[in-house]
Design a protein around this ligand. Structure first.
Ligand SMILES: O=P(O)(O)O[C@H]1O[C@H](CO)[C@@H](O)[C@H]1O
Ligand SMILES: O=c1cc[nH]c(=O)[nH]1
Length: 233
């Protein structure tokens, strides 16, 4: 086991879905995976492995924010040799033409986190999705008839941020705000692994629109099926 994941080495698949919420990990395992078995409950950050359309897949909660996801994905790649990492998260939209319930594929992630500046001595790093996973997810979403958006998101350190200038970020074509993707893409690059972030718009920062719990469930299912069907393609 690693420091934060209590699995034996062979208990985690080479492809892992990564929701922030550990209860979303449980929901995904129970709803979409056959024969799912829980391999982690350290800190209640649940992780499960099962099969989807015959392919072995794991799902691991990451917690919220760059420090938390960085711990889990580092251990998944370093100690469990995970190759494909797909975040299935929520985000807040800041473009008027991005609506709640839309699914966003993050091609890249800007960030106000110090993580990359610490790593690269004050220089900015362009955190970028794996193109192969991105194309498969995009093609899958189009086949399902989903309203997909692909572009740059902002990974923020603060959910409650008194100083965030949403209009400026929107003017620079940021689609939505969330809290983990820049770390996922940067660390996947460090370990030469494939990563993608797929996000459901749960709320709209500008219009104040929010999704109901029921709507969230349906659109989460769309997003999860895009992730799962993309990796079995
Ligand atoms: O729904 P998840 O995957 O947790 O993602 C979003 O929700 C959390 C904030 O409520 C942050 O982790 C943010 O990135
Ligand atoms: O990080 C997040 C996630 C959802 N909604 C937001 O406004 N921010």
């Amino acid at each position: 086991m690693s420091i934060h994941i209590g699995a034996k080495e062979n208990q985690i698949a080479e492809t892992v879905l990564l929701p922030g919420d550990p209860l979303r990990a449980k929901y995904i395992a129970e709803t979409f995976l056959e024969g799912a078995e829980k391999y982690n409950d350290v800190r209640n950050m649940f992780g499960y492995t099962g099969t989807y359309k015959g392919k072995r897949i794991s799902v691991q909660g990451t917690g919220m924010g760059v420090p938390s996801i960085s711990i889990y994905i580092t251990e998944l790649m370093k100690d469990y040799h995970v190759q494909n990492l797909i975040r299935v998260g929520t985000c807040g939209a800041i473009q008027k033409d991005v609506k709640v319930r839309d699914v966003i594929i993050a091609m890249s992630a800007s960030t106000d986190s110090q993580m990359n500046r610490i790593t690269f001595g004050g220089v900015d790093y362009a955190a970028t999705a794996n193109f192969e996973l991105l194309k498969k997810a995009y093609d899958t979403g189009v086949e399902k008839g989903l309203h997909l958006r692909v572009g740059n998101v902002l990974t923020e350190d603060l959910f409650y941020n008194d100083n965030s200038d949403f209009e400026k970020w929107a003017a620079y074509q940021i689609l939505a705000l969330e809290m983990e993707t820049a770390a996922l893409y940067t660390l996947a690059a460090k370990f030469n692994r494939k990563a993608l972030s797929i996000l459901t718009v749960s709320d709209h920062i500008i219009t104040g629109e929010v999704t109901t719990a029921e709507e969230r469930q349906t659109t989460f299912n769309d997003m999860i099926e895009v992730a799962l069907d993309a990796v079995v393609k």
